[in-house]
Write a protein that binds this ligand. Sequence first.
Ligand SMILES: Nc1ncnc2c1ncn2[C@@H]1O[C@H](COP(=O)(O)OP(=O)(O)OP(=O)(O)O)[C@@H](O)[C@H]1O
Length: 557
Amino acid sequence: MSNSIWEKCSQQLQGELSAQLFNTWIRPLSVEPAEQSAGLNLLAPNRFVLDWVNDKYLRRIEEIVGQMNGNTGQCPVSIKVAPRRQAASHFRRDGAQQRSDTRSADEQPRFGGDTLQSSPATGYNQPFESNSNSQFEPSAERLTLNEDPDYGLNSSAPITVTEEPQQNVEPYQLPLQGSMGNHMGGGHFGNGLRNDTPHPQTVGKRLEKQDIEGGLAHRSHLNTGFTFKSFVEGKSNQLGLAAATQVAENPGGSYNPLFIYGGVGLGKTHLMHAVGNALLQRKPNAKVVYLHSERFVADMVKALQLNAINDFKRYYRSVDALLIDDIQFFAGKERSQEEFFHTFNALLEGGQQIILTCDRYPKEINGLEERLKSRFGWGLTVAIEPPELETRVAILKTKADQAQMLLPNDAAFFIAQRIRSNVRELEGTLKRVIAHAQFTARPISIDLVREALKDLLALQDRLVSIDNIQRVVAEYYKIKVSDLHSKRRSRSVARPRQVAMYLAKDLTNHSLPEIGESFGGRDHTTVLHACRKIKELLEEDADIAEDVKNLLRTLTT
Ligand SMILES: Nc1ncnc2c1ncn2[C@@H]1O[C@H](COP(=O)(O)OP(=O)(O)OP(=O)(O)O)[C@@H](O)[C@H]1O
């Protein structure tokens, strides 16, 4: 009963909220399985979500539920934090931080059928059997792992390896073979020092027991330049920053895993490293490990090849915090997902912090197992959006300051207005401007920026701009450009707006979020919907097809 009420209520909210808000605050809520309750008892995954929902959405939820019940007041709504199993955080061995909830073992979460048990360290040294003579075959290979059933450490079920060794990634240096190698899969280490711990030199042989018990040397691979201090806060990343700060203050706590998603170059990796750096600052001996998911896959493949999968498991499960970038890379890689699934469970169970980044919301990752998708949402899921103009300007000013260059406001606005896609591109453009200023020994001004970016600006001018599209469409349909930006929903405005969005997607290089931003700050899903709708109408509606043909002719000749 409560479930169906909540299902309808959340459908209603989905229609009212942007995808980002819905995914962040409403989707993680669930209904408490109470046998006899007159009301709707909701569970939030953590206090962060609870406080926010209480503050911003509870009244609306009550309203919707009230309406569904004919305003009889018979279905009161309550919300509390979902009980979770208590886990001893690796960051709290010194007693510095204590988890506030003390729940019984009965409240352990069930993981889609399997109940997790305490981490069995014994599984690490189990013999490893392979029916492939340890020669890795790039094609599907069947391996028998003598592993534990809970974490995949003792399972004797055959596992089919479908991943192939990756091209263009450095060969796996087994942790126990002298070096963890270079885990720079994402190429995020252009500058800044690395926080590396030298690795035991035991090349070519497995570590002896005392080495294992003595603990592995972990290399964090963190970029020390990616800190909270160097991260510029703006509306687009506020939530991500707040969540990352919370995790840095309370690792292994309720916000585990922290899942940060968003488009390329928006600061996901930076935030993830900022947490890692903060953790290491507080506890220099903490084992904080960052790696790109591509690296995880490559390491796993190599470990299988070298008959060292248990060393691999042990390494990744012995960290205090595991930071994995771009996990969309796991899509379609079943064996890696299987391995990651067990690592993930073991870490979560042990109270070790997991931070993941991805280019999209977990549920939207095709080729990812459902059980992983749902686990990714257990902690806190936050989106990072493309930065708005003010944030772009602030980032440029900060980066120029860091490079000890004076960037006047008008020049910063000039660049920020033209480079809108992501922060990485913004940084690249600023570097070009700074280099030009240094080569010509002149201060930065709008003129110098124009000179430095001559080619780029000429290219942009050649492309049809969104402004131009809006002007032409407004003229064609005899409406005002401001109508296209407005919230008006009447057909006479809504359809031309959809046509203009469709043309903007078709004729420019702008991303969906950027197009949304240019149409009165609309969500990218609205743009996506508009593009699909017009595409559909082009087949079915001769008038629209004629309109689009005429507009295309005007805009491109
Ligand atoms: N808010 C910000 N303040 C300062 N620098 C930022 C900010 N956002 C991003 N950057 C910088 O932009 C660059 C790209 O950021 P980052 O690598 O974190 O992006 P990403 O979202 O992980 O992208 P990808 O998905 O491509 O890996 C980095 O140099 C980072 O320092």
